[in-house]
Design a protein around this ligand. Structure first.
Ligand SMILES: Nc1ncnc2c1ncn2[C@@H]1O[C@H](COP(=O)(O)OP(=O)(O)OP(=O)(O)O)[C@@H](O)[C@H]1O
Ligand SMILES: [Mg+2]
Length: 387
């Protein structure tokens, strides 16, 4: 009969229609989308994913998804999937994370990755949704999203706001001090039994206001160094790798290759992970800034045994121009900067955080003239480990 649609009655044709539909979704979905099977091999790669990674369909279909990953993630992907199959315990599926991805040409960039799982005919299919965070606009969006999670990090990124808050808050007691002192001076023009107690009161008030100014400065120091630290046993390698992904956000670091060197004897440290990440982010941002526009730019993040058995050492090195000799002596002092847009706060915050952890931080020049920042952290006691 005319008027019946053949697709609905013919299973082969409806399958074909479904396939076409899926393809059209994959061709038009604005986010990069990657579908992988249980064996972690790529089944589908959307057009946006091809554009993002620079792969042709024929080169990427059937490849293990780990070729799109870097460092720790690439090495441990298989193990992670195995763990998930065995225990059902997910670390990224259904959660979402900022990770570093690798393009076909080897360049690395930060992405926001969310993975969904669907069970079809007893088998799992995973779909990854990826957003390129190296695009400035998107990174700003993500920055706002991350504010809750990394409050401290975003506070620092808003260093300009902090400076104006400092100026504003300090202005009040300073104005009050000036007013009280001026009033006192005016009263002393006609000193008598009546005015003298008022002068004394004005001086008292001025003294109180200067104590208040001191408290504001202290409060602001706590604000950047977050005062208390919440130490726990944390695995160092993933923490450092996440820091690299976060440090790349909003910076022009695509020209910089980041290598990791993790000594096998280094595992967990006793630290506040957000604060240690903050340190590594500050150091990496400095490295990226020093390497801006350089060809063959390299940064290296190392986790090594420390100078004493209870310590580990972390190094963040670059092959940039090195530290300018004029500022070398006061590198860690606040407001030391050679940058037009720099506040000169990054390293002083790093020092406060590391010393609060019982570690030390220093800079040294590399043989090639670049810079290495080295800091130590206490190893975690075996008993108090958590994940
Ligand atoms: N990896 C590096 N290579 C060369 N110079 C560096 C490096 N790291 C830091 N410096 C120098 O040390 C100075 C102080 O660094 P710091 O991170 O404290 O402040 P900043 O980067 O200038 O500003 P902020 O971090 O507050 O935005 C920098 O201005 C720069 O001159
Ligand atoms: Mg800095």
């Amino acid at each position: 009969m005319t008027g019946t649609r053949p697709t609905s009655s013919d299973p082969m044709q409806s399958l074909e229609a479904l396939q076409l539909h899926l393809e059209s979704v994959l061709e038009s979905v604005p986010d990069a989308m990657i579908i992988i099977g249980e064996d972690s091999r790529i089944l589908q790669f959307s057009r946006a994913a091809r554009d993002l990674f620079g792969y042709k369909t024929e080169d990427i279909i059937g490849q293990p998804v780990s070729i799109l990953m870097t460092g720790h993630d690439a090495r441990h992907h298989h193990q992670y999937m195995q763990h998930y199959h065995d225990t059902g315990e997910a670390r990224i599926i259904g959660v979402g994370r900022v990770v570093t991805a690798r393009r076909a040409d080897g360049t690395e960039f930060p992405i926001d990755l969310k993975i969904g799982e669907a069970k079809i005919g007893g088998r799992s299919i995973y779909t990854g949704f990826l957003r390129d965070l190296s695009e400035k606009q998107q990174s700003e969006l993500r920055m706002r999203e991350m504010q809750a999670e990394l409050v401290h990090f975003s506070r620092l990124s808003a260093v300009g706001t902090m400076a104006s808050a400092l100026a504003h808050e300090l202005n009040q007691p300073l104005t009050a001090i000036a007013n009280y002192l001026e009033a006192g001076r005016d009263l002393l023009d006609t000193p008598d039994a009546h005015t003298l107690p008022m002068v004394s009161e004005a001086l008292d008030e001025a003294a109180k206001q200067s104590v208040r100014a001191g408290q504001i400065v202290r409060k602001l120091r706590d604000f950047v160094s977050r005062g208390e630290i919440a130490k726990r046993a944390v695995a160092l390698a993933p923490l450092l790798e996440d820091a690299v992904s976060l440090a790349r956000i909003g910076t022009n670091s695509e020209n910089v290759k980041v290598r990791f060197v993790f000594d096998e004897s280094v595992n967990r440290v006793s630290a506040d992970p957000i604060q240690v990440q903050q340190v590594v982010i500050n150091l990496l941002r400095n490295a990226f800034e020093a390497l801006s526009g350089k060809e063959g730019a390299m940064a290296e993040v190392r986790a090594l045994p420390g100078p004493e058995p209870h310590l580990v050492a972390v190094e963040v090195c670059d092959n940039g121009p090195g530290i300018e000799p004029e500022i070398a002596a006061q590198l860690f002092k606040p407001f030391t900067s050679t940058k037009t847009t720099g506040m000169g706060l990054g390293l002083s915050i790093c020092q406060t955080i590391i010393e609060a952890h019982g570690g030390t931080i220093y800079a040294k020049a590399t043989e090639a003239g670049g810079t290495c920042f080295c800091f130590t952290l206490p190893r975690a006691e075996q008993e108090s480990e958590d994940d």
